[in-house]
Design a protein around this ligand. Structure first.
Ligand SMILES: C[S@@+](CC[C@H](N)C(=O)[O-])C[C@H]1O[C@@H](n2cnc3c(N)ncnc32)[C@H](O)[C@@H]1O
Length: 276
């Protein structure tokens, strides 16, 4: 179990981990399982539960090889977000660019696909992959998902793939998503989610924080967090098992009112315990 003493140290640990992942793909060394795209789970989870295996052959065919190799997600948010021509999409923690490139193709030249990531090495890889894919409507932003560098009410759809579990301040992420979405805007997020009976310590026994396991919210924590941030029509559906009592999940919700900064007791308790 990772014994980080502060949120900043934990975030730095996450950044280092994914900088190494990006370097491994760029250099073709395939260290830490990157060749199979399975870095996110530390090799702790069953094969096929993370990475490129979650995309169908048609989608993989639309992408440069390095973008599929860099896939570290736990789902396929572009398959559930029902993107339409002309929409503005934001991918939180866009990594090597797989979902932002697919989104750019779905929304077409009249739409925009923003990718946001805090790791320079990932941003460089995503830029290279977007250029190779020939998409001109991808905009890659450097920053934190807890402080999204976009104006309020500027985005139609927020997607994300296996990133929110890595955040050290999940209430801030959910409030920021609600801020940047236009009224009526929606989310289609893939993430690791724990069954409700698992304590924070039990989640940490099943895998590391940087490996997307220890920091996962439970289903009820996710639903409560989204509702507190101003979302409605909230659903968190398990799709596949990644560890005992833990699952890849699809998270959907719609913004119908303005976000309010409310206390999120369950989520904050987990954060204090070093989980989230
Ligand atoms: C598990 S990888 C997933 C990458 C990509 N979504 C995919 O499916 O391949 C997590 C990514 O999120 C980024 N990330 C993690 N925490 C972040 C934060 N708080 N703010 C911005 N980016 C973050 C990492 O740099 C990394 O690129």
């Amino acid at each position: 179990m990772l014994m980080a003493t502060s949120a900043d140290e934990l975030r730095d640990e996450v950044r280092r981990r994914y900088a190494n992942s990006a370097r491994a793909v760029t250099e073709g060394t395939g260290s830490c399982g990157c060749g199979s795209g399975a870095c996110c789970a530390d090799g702790e989870s069953p094969a096929g539960t993370f990475g490129e295996a979650l995309y169908d052959a048609e989608q993989r065919g639309e992408l440069p090889e390095a973008a599929t190799l860099a896939s570290l997600g736990c789902g396929n948010p572009t398959a559930v977000a029902e993107l339409r021509e002309g929409e503005t999409v934001l991918d939180l923690g866009s990594g090597g660019g797989i979902d932002v490139i697919l989104s750019a193709k779905r929304v077409g030249p009249t739409g925009i696909a923003y990718g946001l990531d805090m790791t320079d090495e990932m941003l460089a890889l995503a830029r290279k992959n977007a250029a190779e894919a020939g998409v001109r409507n991808v905009h890659l932003l450097r920053g934190m998902i807890e402080q999204i560098p976009l104006p309020a009410d500027s985005v139609d759809v927020v997607i994300s793939n296996c990133v929110i579990n890595l955040s050290v301040d999940k209430p801030a992420v959910l409030t920021e998503i609600a801020r940047v979405l236009r009224p009526g805007g929606r989310i289609g997020i893939s993430d690791v989610v724990a069954e409700d009976h698992l304590t924070v310590d039990q989640r940490a026994e099943r895998g590391s924080y940087v490996g997307c396991i220890a920091g996962a919210l439970s289903k009820t924590e996710y639903e409560a967090g989204l509702e507190a941030a101003g979302f409605e029509e909230v659903s968190v559906e398990f799709t596949h098992r990644v560890a005992d009592g833990m699952h890849g999940a699809i998270v959907k919700a719609v913004k119908t009112r303005e976000p309010e900064r409310r206390s999120l007791p369950v989520v904050q308790a987990a954060a204090r315990a070093g989980c989230c």
